[in-house]
Write a protein that binds this ligand. Structure first.
Ligand SMILES: Nc1ncnc2c1ncn2[C@@H]1O[C@H](COP(=O)(O)OP(=O)(O)OP(=O)(O)O)[C@@H](O)[C@H]1O
Ligand SMILES: [Mg+2]
Length: 284
């Protein structure tokens, strides 16, 4: 399966682009979509999910135009929108059955599938309680479950780990790894640590544009040798920030240890996706 996004733009008003001339070619595997607030992550995912139409450009799934033929995408799609709302009076069983009916998912396996999802997302014990009484993280997991009802081959999760505690993040990662063998999975986040442990590839975006798209390791390699660490006092830090991209600061014995980008450093410092993400988004 191939998902091809070609020269895609979304213009919200005369001056305002949510996404601009964006191209991306995806095959099965997990793509981590990273970008700061307002980068256009949700705008992109909405258009792939066919809930929003592009101003320009096109999106093809295995060569079929999904803007003109949204049903082609919808038949394969599992989508968790960023602002997913649930019906507070339904319990998880009722809600998932309702969503299955909306998606036209039925058959003898439905009950089993719902139970597997509730099990996998650690919701089974509370499945008979109204969703309105759930915590934020539990509601989020119900949203993840509904996206997976139809055994989708294109899975779009917009900030799926928001509100999940560390244990649930791990469960979510395992679930996604199991699902992703033959599916195209896109996970958006602005939290780098949610992406770097599961993504095969990473796309970094800012202000509606794609800054980089590559294998996780190739993206990280971009900052190899360019990260340095030094110590200084609080007063010096303000000036330092004017000159360098500061990645991180840690207070240590009265001084501040500063991790920063120096393109000429030729350092041996081990580098991370966080370094690459900040370097690319701050220097572009
Ligand atoms: N319906 C809309 N009308 C006008 N502008 C919009 C609309 N939706 C999004 N935008 C603008 O488009 C840009 C991209 O927004 P988008 O929600 O896609 O970003 P994002 O990367 O998902 O951000 P976040 O991390 O905050 O979720 C932002 O500048 C936003 O203000
Ligand atoms: Mg968003």
């Amino acid at each position: 399966m191939v998902l091809e996004i070609k020269n895609l733009s979304k213009k919200y008003s005369r001056e305002k682009y949510g996404l601009q001339n964006y191209s991306l070619l995806l095959e099965p595997g997990i793509l981590g979509l990273l970008g700061p607030n307002g980068a256009g992550k949700s705008t992109l995912l909405k258009m792939i999910a066919t809930v929003s139409t592009p101003t320009e450009g096109n999106i093809q799934l295995d060569g079929e135009d999904i803007v003109g033929h949204p049903d082609v995408m919808r038949a394969q799609l599992g989508y968790l929108p960023q602002d997913f709302g649930v019906y507070p009076n339904l319990n998880a069983y009722e809600f998932l059955n309702y969503m299955a009916a909306m998606k036209g998912v039925g058959g003898g396996n439905l009950k089993k599938r719902i139970e597997l999802l509730l099990e996998g997302l650690n919701l089974i014990e509370n499945a008979k309680r109204p969703i309105g009484t759930y915590s934020g993280g539990m509601k989020q997991r119900v949203g993840i479950a509904q996206a997976l009802l139809n055994d989708p081959k294109v899975i779009l999760f917009d900030e799926p780990t928001v509100g999940l505690d560390p244990q649930e993040r791990v469960r979510f990662r395992n679930l996604i790894s199991e699902l992703s063998d033959d599916a195209i999975v896109i996970l958006s986040s602005h939290i780098v640590s949610d992406i770097d442990t599961i993504a095969d590839k990473v796309a970094i975006m800012k202000e509606g544009k794609l800054l980089a798209h590559d294998d996780l390791h190739s993206i990280i390699d971009v900052v190899k040798g360019k990260i340095a660490v030094t110590s200084m006092n609080k007063e010096a830090l303000a000036d330092f920030k004017e000159k360098y991209i500061v990645i991180d600061t840690v207070r240590k014995k009265g001084e501040i240890e500063v991790r920063y980008v120096d393109v000429d450093a030729s350092s041996e410092e081990e580098v991370t996706l966080e370094d690459a993400y900040l370097y690319l988004t701050e220097s572009n």
